[in-house]
Design a protein. Sequence first.
Length: 639
Amino acid sequence: MAYEVLARKWRPQTFDDVVGQDTVVSTLKRALSTERVAHAFLFTGSRGIGKTTVARLMAKALCCEKGITDAPDGTCVHCREIAAGSAVDVVEIDGASHTGVDDIRDLREATRFQPQSCRFKVFIIDEVHMLSTSAFNALLKTLEEPPPHVKFIFATTEPHKIPVTILSRCQRYDFRRIKSDVITDRLKSVLAAEDLSVDDEGLRLIARAAEGGMRDALSLTDQVLSFAGSPATASMVRDALGMIDRRSIVELCDAILDRRGKDALSIVQAVYEGGFNLLELTDLLAREIRHLNVAKAAGSVVGFADLAEDDLAHIDARAAATDGRDLQRLFQAVLDGQERIFEAENERLALELLVIRLCQRPSPLDAQAVSEALVRLDALAKGRAVPPLGPRATSPAADIVRGAREQSASSSSSPAAPPAPEPEPALAAAAPPPKRDKPSPPPAAGIDAAPPPRAPAPPAKPAPKAAPPPAAPVSTEGPTGDVSMSGEGEPLDEADDDFPLPLEGIDETWLAFVQKVGRRAYRLGGDLAHGKYLGTRRDGDVPVVCVFIEKTVPREQVASHVKHPAIVEALSVFGPGARLEVTDAAPGDEGPSIAEAQDTAVRALQSALEAHAREHPIVQKALTLFGGEIRGVRQGADR
């Protein structure tokens, strides 16, 4: 006897067997039970999700000897003939091979005759969007007013190609992609009935590869069992389906985020030598960076990605510790790179070039140094004294903003421009003051304006004298250092994770504690950076540091790791023997978290940059000379 593949053998024979289409099935069953059955149906959706199967079940329900029912018995002559595809009154037509107007004329002629044995003549046209325009036009009148004994059921994967005149004459039902967990449960029941076995991780891989299609999932399962036999493991599933291990994608993404070019290129080489498709690798990398962007924007990727719980937690932690603008630039760069790799003759070289560019991208906070240089160029163009270029640690962007604001205010309040002082010798030799008879070229946007006013922050709690000065917060918006993805790493240099803007309302001792935790365990540091410091109480001679974390997952994560070596070591800033306590509810008057304070500081700096670019006198002169308008403000090149 010939082998029957799982996709055909386990095709649903009743409405109750259909999975993942509860809305469509319940609507159709209610229409059948109340005999409010339309004369034409249109089933739309992606491949392998049950459109044709439900169409055959509708034919059974309409033609069953029991009468019109939502539960055909499947044992009567008509039900058996429909299941076997031999029913004379149920005609299945392939729209891809019957596209002409003559085929539709034959169909119209067939509708004139009464059914031979069934209650209705049912016409199922699959891939109906393939019909020609003339064929659709020939079908219009019959479709609008068919004989009472005729029912039409259309199925298509591309409903946008169907004329509106056809759509308006049908009841449309949109079939959804089936969720991975539903596919996994269905595969488990099928394999149990077949006395076969694939481990849970392997079934999840099959469900993910099926992309929402149950037919594809069953076909892939057949392929895996033919390759590996039973039982099959996850590694066997990857080998059978030629799938790239997700760990490679995560490691590649982490190497790019941490600017570890050598590690990233090693992963690309390993994937290439494994014989995998590099376009698939690029697509998976784009999806991973998409997950990070969603986690950054929504606070968590849970509900937006079909992944295991450990993978979701890792994405959330990584996104919390990465600058949002950096993630957006990475996402755009990978999407642009996909097209170049697709068109390249040598995909490996194109992908390696993309990875190198991503790893060598500039830091998001390089805008500080650029803005400081623009202030100096602006002063030079106006003939004023040029401030010396100091080290980054001693000239943060906030000081540049304040200095530029005071300089701009003093120059605008004077009735006449003060005489230009003598520039510094080095600068005078390189760039003399511009002549007054020619307009100076407008420089790019600097940061001469002050930040917009902000609501007063809650008073900071006094820090103990023994507290060290703040080094680097575990930043969600600042630069990150080289941290291993296990959550542990070597201590970072002070300058590597320095956040240059002042953080209002943040206790210095709490800030120093979070920084120390983040250097050893960035995940815990990221969770603590979103916590709100409630103060320190005494339990005898032991200081108890109280913190409230709003979100349940990071709160439970920190509460279960209060004795983590990184936390125990960092608590020394509060005094000997200090311990951490995570509270379940906040009193309501707590200050901002470190992450919130950083977001506020970055937004203030961005507002100052935009205000300066729009109000800068040189920009105004350029608008007057050239008659243009300001369309947008950018700090610098994205790449």
